[in-house]
Design a protein around this ligand. Structure first.
Ligand SMILES: Cc1ncc(COP(=O)(O)O)c(C=O)c1O
Length: 378
């Protein structure tokens, strides 16, 4: 397998020393102390964690905890993996080859197409930025599924970096079309625990909706980016028994298991999720509203696209300055990191994280305005 470079990681490494971080796709990460203060549980619960081998399936405790966040998923319908990256890597290796066709909305989290491409699958991209409204996007997606009849359709909701999600009706339409065309569906639901709406409830999984009438549905899930524990590196995959058994066997050849200490912290994050995300969700909503009402948007220097419905990032278009230059000036001059769209193959756009405090976010917007004025083309 020949892998193309993950440009996003290069950008993170280059800007790791920036004081103000708006380039990540997750909420700000905790220290261990801060995490336990947030969930109001005594850290001594870690004292008796076994440091020997953990089950390759994941501990029964975490599988149970995760299954409770879905409607019809039992602990033995899922496997715990080292980040969802491991789940995706194994899943793609099991399902794809040089004859496979994959359909994916673009821009997208790079591993969703880089691994299929490394396996020589043909990846079809549907450029979501050409549509700017979800009804139109959905219509094009349905047309594409019917036309391409891919072996695998990847649906990432809430979407990184575009921030939209599909509701139950939309998911049913997608899944029915997939079923008619015998297309497997993989839901990547990394940001399911960050609903940006009035319900305060985590999103119903696309898996649960589609699986009621179609059995070729799979899902990956995670809490680490929504709960500020990215370094804990746990994720999961939901699939049929046969696929889960193969994933388990595959894990024997690579990481074997997720350390129990990571799983215990992940379980605590899942069971205390609303305590953890409450303030972040408020920040995201406030900052999104500040952005929408900002002078930058009113003057057309920032052009928004999809309404933010979930997760903590958006991907606006910037006018008047090269976005790579904007990101470089922000980093070098002000120690602020954002993600230039170039990293996603989308020059003219930036990905910004909305979960920081309002004051910090306001400062970011002021600096962007200043840089466009002073360094942009008039
Ligand atoms: C949509 C999406 N899928 C998968 C991943 C992989 O995440 P991890 O391996 O950290 O769980 C990410 C990380 O940013 C992501 O945004």
């Amino acid at each position: 397998m020949i892998f193309k470079k993950v440009k996003m990681e290069d950008w993170f490494i280059k800007n790791t020393s920036c004081k103000h971080n708006f380039s990540e796709s997750g909420v700000p990460d905790f220290t261990l102390d801060e995490f336990f203060q947030k969930i109001k549980i005594n850290k001594s619960v870690l004292n008796n964690i076994f440091l020997g081998n953990n089950s390759t399936w994941g501990s029964s405790g975490l599988r149970k905890e995760v299954s409770c966040t879905y409607k019809d998923v039992k602990p033995n319908n899922l496997i715990i993996t080292n980040g969802t990256s491991e789940a995706l890597y194994i899943f793609f290796n099991l399902f794809l080859n040089s004859k496979s066709k994959v359909l994916l909305l673009y821009p997208a989290f790079p591993l969703l197409y880089l691994i299929p491409q490394a396996l020589k699958a043909k990846v079809y991209f549907l450029d979501a930025l050409r549509y700017e409204n979800k009804a139109e996007l959905l219509e094009k997606l349905i047309l594409k599924i019917n036309k391409i009849k891919p072996n695998l359709l990847i649906i990432n909701i809430p979407h990184n970096p575009l921030g939209f999600t599909f509701n139950e009706k939309e998911i049913i339409e997608i899944a029915k079309t997939a079923k008619e065309n015998k297309v497997d569906i993989l839901f990547d639901e990394h940001y399911r625990f960050l609903p940006i709406n009035s319900t305060k409830k985590i999103f119903t999984s696309g898996y649960g909706i589609a699986n009621k009438f179609y059995n070729r549905v799979f899902a990956t899930g995670s809490v680490i980016k929504c709960a500020g524990i990215v370094g804990i590196r746990a994720g999961w995959m939901i699939a049929d028994n046969n696929t889960l058994n193969k994933i388990r066997d595959y894990k024997d050849h690579i990481t074997h298991c997720v350390p129990l200490i990571s799983e215990v912290i992940t379980g605590l994050a899942v069971s205390n999720i609303s305590k953890i995300t409450k303030n972040y969700i408020e920040n995201i909503k406030n900052n999104w509203s500040i952005l929408k009402n900002s002078k930058l948007v009113k003057e057309g220097k920032i052009i928004l696209n999809y309404e933010l419905e979930g997760g903590c990032v958006c991907f606006p278009r910037i006018s008047g300055i090269n976005t790579f230059k904007l990101a470089e000036i922000l980093a070098k001059k002000y120690s602020i990191s954002i993600m230039p769209g170039e990293v996603f193959g989308k020059s003219g756009y930036i990905r910004i994280n909305l979960s920081q405090k309002q004051k910090e976010f306001g400062n970011l917007l002021r600096k962007i305005n200043h840089i466009i004025k002073n360094y942009g083309k008039v």
